[in-house]
Ligand binder design. Structure first.
Ligand SMILES: [Zn+2]
Length: 339
């Protein structure tokens, strides 16, 4: 507790020093994170949705589509996209309030709704739907990187300077890419393997829980509850982001990627081939019933090589929020902490 207060205090000193320095803000999962979310999501597509996606994307891979919005950043004709990757919340807020934080529709939450509707509208020109699809794949990813639902003053953690694995960095970047890169050091096969591993560890219960709401504002609120935990558990100013930090937050990182992927898949199925997910589910249930297998929504077995069950967050936020780190020394029970 003592050291946490100390580390928060020292972090805020770092912040104020860093705030004056020029800082090129970046607002996205790094390429790996986006590709992981996108491929978890598109692996869930029904046959019809898959076909529709291929028809729209042509030769472009899903992984390329996922990072398109970042690759276009320096192109002047696409600068209007820059404020759509994130949403700001006031510093003292305990939750997101779209009436207060909506920014006239210029943020990630409204953008997901807007481009979902465009993608869904088959009367729109294919080019327009292609742009919508690229943006959706990207934004649903972004919304599940907690620092994208964050504070304006520090540019969603971009101004929170930290040492990360011995190098100068910032908290936004740490969560965009450095923790994933750290994880990839332990993974042969790169992001594609990591994506497959994560996807296989998703349980039917999680799938159900994470798709309970299709409202991006609800998703953003969950992300914000994690953001608040991340501010409370700021890395020690001297040691910075190290292996201990990585181990502590890895379950949360993994879950953010998985939740984002699952929600993206559900959203794309609905937008690209409405009703096809239900039809596929019904067909499978009918087939299973014939062969004597238990129906889809009855008792289900966990996937074979599933990761250990992730526990519900301890002292934090909504039931469907991705997990907080498990070690007891995080997410301190602060007296007077707003919750
Ligand atoms: Zn982005």
């Amino acid at each position: 507790m003592q050291s946490r207060i100390a580390s928060l205090a020292s972090l805020s000193i770092v912040v104020s020093i860093a705030a004056s320095a020029a800082c090129a803000p970046c607002f996205a999962w790094g390429d790996d994170g986006h590709k992981i979310v996108a491929t978890i999501g598109t692996a869930m597509l029904t046959e019809d949705a898959q076909k529709a996606l291929r028809d729209i994307l042509g030769d472009e891979t899903v992984a390329d589509a996922a990072v398109w919005a970042d690759k276009m950043r320096s192109d002047p004709q696409y600068t209007w996209i820059a404020p759509l990757h994130y949403i700001n919340v006031p510093r003292n807020a305990t939750s997101l309030d779209m009436a207060r934080d909506g920014n006239g529709g210029v943020q990630v939450v409204s953008s997901i709704i807007k481009y979902r509707d465009i993608l869904k509208d088959t009367s729109k020109p294919k080019e327009e739907r292609r742009l919508a699809l690229r943006l959706l794949i990207h934004f649903v990813g972004d919304l599940h990187q907690p620092f994208h639902v964050s504070y304006k003053e520090d540019l969603g953690g971009n101004k929170l300077s930290v040492q990360s694995f011995g190098k100068k960095s910032n908290m936004h970047k740490v969560w965009d890419s450095e923790l994933i890169r750290r994880r990839l050091n332990d993974t042969k096969g790169g992001w594609a393997t990591m994506s497959a591993d994560l996807r296989q560890s998703i349980t039917p219960e999680q799938l159900k829980k994470w798709t309970a709401s299709g409202d991006p504002a609800v998703w953003a609120n969950e992300a914000f509850s994690i953001t608040r935990l991340l501010y409370r558990d700021a890395p020690d100013a001297r040691t910075g982001v190290d292996d201990a930090y990585f181990q502590r937050w890895q379950p949360t990182l993994n879950e953010c990627l998985k939740v984002g992927g699952v929600r993206l898949g559900t959203l794309l199925n609905d937008a690209l081939a409405p009703g096809s997910a239900k039809a596929a589910k019904d067909a499978k249930a009918a087939k299973d019933a014939k062969s004597g297998k238990p129906a889809k929504d009855s008792k289900q077995q966990a996937p074979k090589d599933q990761a250990p069950k992730e526990q519900a967050p301890r002292d934090q936020a909504p039931a469907s929020t991705p997990t907080a780190p498990k070690s007891g020394n995080t997410a301190p029970k602060q007296s007077g902490a707003p919750e």
